[in-house]
Write a protein that binds this ligand. Structure first.
Ligand code: ASP
Length: 582
């Protein structure tokens, strides 16, 4: 028997028991006449003790020969500790060692395996199996498993069936590049790894499975961005015979369940906001609504007063920053520099300090009367002590810039608190966007998304104005879920393919199987996919999704543990018809 208990199990009640434990040596403290070992496994740490008075010389010597991270097994008795450690669940006891076996020695790890480690990220990723021994990473993986369990139980209890779909498929139109796998058997042909199981889950609805979910790996060969993974996990869901309201209720319920079970927070009904409203109020389709600072448009109050910077612009828009009237000139100059950085791209920043008095201090006092500036403050719902910040320019770009500034201020003023959860639904995205390069429309969500019923007549006259019956679930400024009601009418689907620039032949070649399936009776259906890595990171209060994935890729898309991607040998290439033999 390797162990009678794990390293987190023993308590005061166990004093006097004879036990066997196995684990890793976390730390040894040698006081000469007494030595302590912290023995660690996944469950916790138990302190082991040997001393001159009670332990044979040979055993003391054996302990002194141990190194960090040696894997050992000990037999001994549980005794009460003299000085107790309240931070450890097993901190009231220790095990007096009678017998010790080294199960395996270990090299000294290249970084300290403590919560505060001295290892840089690359080094830790290369030795991920050591990094996972640290509590913080280990606990993230446990949290992830708990979240998966909770999601499974919620969905299963609502009749969703977990079904696997294939990984070796053909290209899916989700808007990113595919990872492809050459076929050995069919020379010159390739599989694609799924960007999502979109078409298969829709086929499952045609098949009558009614409600489906899957924890599924998706693969997107996108340009690498910070905190993006080329492979990531979705909780992918689809259901039949539900209107949008029914779907939102189920998936809001799932999210609420996860927040309660995993993060221990209860949240009320999720607010809903249309895409247009989100952009107009927050300059983002994934607004962080943990804090206010909603936009106010000032065109009518700011134009035509002789301030030329504003006069010719499409939009003048501002926010009221709570309590920031006390900002010094230097702080405001720093904000101005911040918005003028190329990443943000604003021309400049107009400010107004809403002090108690009638005359507000401002960068534009010579152009605007005190009455006008008070009206601005009113429009932006400012309170005395707030700082108004105003940008102007082309509408879409200016909203984006102000949205970025709002988030930055939210961070600086500590309004984006990790323990606070503010979910919302964003609905009614545009269905199509014009691709000037390709000279055709692109689907904003994907080609299977249904238009909003009442917008249908506009499909021919002004397609860019048609709204999609699509929704995103947004949490603290992150899109954590995205889905839509699907087209289930083959004629409408054919029309959408046409708008997306597919000839009939091309649509048939790429999606023929789906259209054929729909011809056999498709139920009305819709679904959603949650980005599970991001969701778990948010639930765990983490910053980076990498910390919540057992073996993540680095920023260059590399797996540093097994060193992938890697070259393959000539014979393999040959077999895959990727290189002709000499
Ligand atoms: N397939 C979509 C995605 O991966 C989600 C959905 O529409 O269900 O974003």
């Amino acid at each position: 028997m390797y162990r009678t208990h794990n390293c987190g199990a023993l308590r005061l009640d166990d004093v006097g028991e004879s036990v066997i434990l196995s684990g890793w040596v976390q730390r040894i403290r040698d006081k000469g006449f007494v030595l302590w070992i912290d023995l660690r496994d996944r469950y916790g740490i138990t302190q082991l003790v040997v001393d001159k008075a009670r332990t044979a010389d040979g055993l003391l010597k054996q302990v002194r020969a141990l190194g960090r991270e040696y894997v050992i097994q000990v037999r001994g008795e549980v005794v009460e500790r003299v000085s107790k450690n309240e931070r450890l669940l097993s901190g009231e006891i220790e095990v007096l060692v009678r017998e010790l076996h080294v199960l395996n020695p270990a090299l000294t790890p290249p970084f300290t395996l403590e919560d505060e480690t001295d290892g840089g990220e690359e080094l830790r990723m290369k030795h991920r199996y050591l990094d996972i021994r640290r509590n913080c990473i280990k606990n993230n993986l446990l949290l992830r498993a708990q979240a998966a369990q909770a999601a499974r139980s919620y969905l299963t209890s609502r009749d969703f069936v977990e079904i696997e779909t294939p990984y070796l498929i053909r290209s899916t139109p989700e808007g990113a590049r595919d990872f492809v796998v050459p076929s050995r058997v069919s020379s010159g042909e390739f599989y694609a790894l799924p960007q999502s199981p979109q078409m298969h889950k829709q086929l499952l609805m045609v098949a009558g499975m009614d409600r489906y979910f899957q924890f599924v790996r998706c693969f997107r060969d996108e340009d690498l961005r910070a905190d993006r993974q080329p492979e990531f996990t979705q909780i992918d869901c689809e259901m039949s015979f539900g209107h949008r309201a029914d779907l939102l209720a189920v998936f809001e319920g799932l999210t609420r369940h996860l927040l309660r079970e995993v993060a221990g927070v209860s949240v009320g009904a999720f607010p809903r906001m249309t895409y247009d409203e989100a952009i107009e109020k927050y300059g983002s389709d994934k607004p962080d609504i943990r804090f206010g600072m909603a936009f106010g448009e000032l065109n009518d109050l700011a134009q035509g007063k002789g301030f030329q910077v504003f006069d010719s612009q499409e939009l003048v828009v501002g926010i009221a920053v709570p309590g920031a009237a006390a900002h010094s000139r230097k702080q405001i100059d720093a904000l101005t520099r911040w918005v003028r950085r190329p990443q943000i791209g604003a021309q400049g920043l107009v400010w107004v300090k809403c002090d108690k008095g009638r005359d507000f201090k401002s960068s534009v006092t010579q152009f605007f009367s005190p009455e006008t500036l008070h009206k601005w403050a009113e429009r932006l719902r400012a309170k005395p002590g707030d700082l108004l910040l105003v940008l102007s320019g082309e509408a879409a770009a200016t909203r984006r810039q102000l949205g970025a500034l709002r988030l930055e201020l939210g961070k600086r003023l500590d309004l984006r608190k990790p323990g606070v959860f503010a979910p919302l639904w964003v609905t009614d995205f545009p269905l199509l966007e014009w691709d000037a390069q390709e000279k055709c429309y692109q689907a904003v969500h994907h080609p299977f998304t249904a238009p909003v019923e009442t917008d249908m007549p506009r499909l021919d006259s002004e397609p860019q104005k048609v709204r999609a019956n699509a929704y995103d679930l947004v949490l603290n400024g992150n899109e954590i879920g995205s889905g839509s009601i699907r087209i289930s009418d083959p004629a409408l689907q054919a029309r959408i393919f046409e708008l997306l620039g597919f000839s009939q032949a091309a649509a048939k070649a790429q999606f023929g199987f789906l259209l054929n399936a729909f011809a056999y009776g498709a139920p009305p259906h819709g679904g959603i996919a949650f980005g599970f890595d991001r969701l778990v990171a948010l639930l765990g209060g983490g910053e980076s999704i990498r910390d919540f994935i057992a073996f993540p890729k680095n920023n260059a898309g590399r797996d540093l543990v097994i060193d992938a991607p890697a070259e393959i040998d000539a014979a393999q290439l040959d077999e895959l018809h990727l290189k002709t033999s000499e």
